[in-house]
Design a protein around this ligand. Structure first.
Ligand SMILES: Nc1nc2c(ncn2[C@@H]2O[C@H](COP(=O)(O)OP(=O)(O)OP(=O)(O)O)[C@@H](O)[C@H]2O)c(=O)[nH]1
Ligand SMILES: [Mg+2]
Length: 302
């Protein structure tokens, strides 16, 4: 059943260790989330691992989400130690602002190290501590780690920051496999990580949202059933967009009938006049994922 999506392949356990082991080396964590599902794409494991380390939350794919909701989510997610910004990795809109935020964080780090160096006393012990801190400041570049659930755009973000195609990207989950450190112009270093999920979705809706947005491999899902629950949600939240996209004068009471109407409109009919549900389902989901139905946010900001 689609309500019980559970997907936690072994490599995700490895990624968890990768994040844990590299965390002490980084100065800041960039958590990439999907602007269409800002709540569901926040991984509780990441929260637990990162703790109160300085963090920037990137509300990515802002072009695919409702602009008014993006603003509300940015307000809702920002805290004392967490800055939030919206981003479109396809156009690069928001990257300059992110770079400014990173430079500011880098400046704060140098300041903190300077302060630590100053506070070391005049004793022999203090002098060696002073030397160690100064050496650290000079030799260790500012480092960050990019984390998030699969397919949110971590590698795309990294390519924007490095200004070239350093990391492999793709419109499916599980593209990034190992770990790789990259350097961005100006000398900051960053670590791309594979997308990770968590072993159990407490709320089945979270699993559905992640599946709609392509964070869970379609191969393990019943696509027709997934599209049907997506249409059900669209009928409630964005009926106008659904009608407009599929040129429907009205929506049926039963979402399965709406799906049949869409299939009729698009000519997804098999021999014997049978509806090609599978093809219709894939089309609707692909069109949502590609932003063709409109700017859609599936979770309302608190
Ligand atoms: N419309 C839109 N698409 C984006 C944006 N950022 C990334 N994408 C697309 O989203 C898909 C996934 O991007 P990746 O950068 O591979 O995502 P990832 O988080 O590294 O994925 P994994 O390595 O599989 O965890 C690709 O098809 C990108 O082109 C964005 O801001 N807007
Ligand atoms: Mg990747």
């Amino acid at each position: 059943m689609i309500e019980n999506i559970n997907w936690y392949p072994g490599h995700m356990k490895k990624t968890r260790e990768l994040i844990r082991n590299n965390l002490k080396m980084v100065d800041i964590v960039i958590e990439v989330i999907d602007a269409r599902i800002p709540q569901s794409s926040r991984n509780p494991i990441i929260d637990e691992l990162v703790g109160d380390k300085p963090r920037i939350i990137v509300l990515n794919k802002k072009d695919l989400a409702d602009p008014a909701e993006n603003r509300r989510w940015m307000d809702a997610l920002s805290t004392e130690s967490t800055s939030v910004l919206e981003l479109n990795c396809m156009s690069g809109d928001g990257i300059k602002k992110l770079l400014r935020m990173l430079e500011e964080a880098q400046r704060k780090r140098v300041e903190a190290l300077n302060k630590a160096a100053e506070s070391t006393g005049a004793s022999a012990e203090g002098a060696s501590a002073h030397t160690a801190i100064t050496a650290k400041r000079k030799s260790t570049p500012f480092r960050m780690m990019v984390v998030g659930v699969p397919n949110v755009g971590k590698s795309s973000l990294i390519n924007r920051l490095t200004g070239k195609k350093s990391a492999q990207t793709g419109d499916r989950p599980g593209v990034t496999k190992g770990k790789q450190w990259l350097t961005i112009p100006g000398g900051m270093q960053l670590l791309d990580t594979p997308g990770i999920l968590w072993p159990k979705f407490e709320d089945p809706q979270v699993g559905l949202n992640l599946a709609y947005c392509g964070s869970i491999r379609d191969e393990i899902l019943d696509v027709a059933e997934l599209a049907l629950s997506f249409i059900t949600e669209m009928q409630e939240r964005y009926p106008g967009l659904l009608m407009e996209r599929y040129k429907l004068e009205e929506l049926a009471e039963m979402p399965v009938e709406t799906m049949e109407m869409i299939a009729q409109k698009r000519g997804f009919i098999l021999p014997g006049k049978r509806i090609d549900y599978e093809r219709c389902a894939r089309t609707v989901l692909d069109e949502f994922r590609g932003g063709k139905i409109g700017q859609i946010t599936l979770e309302v900001a608190p």
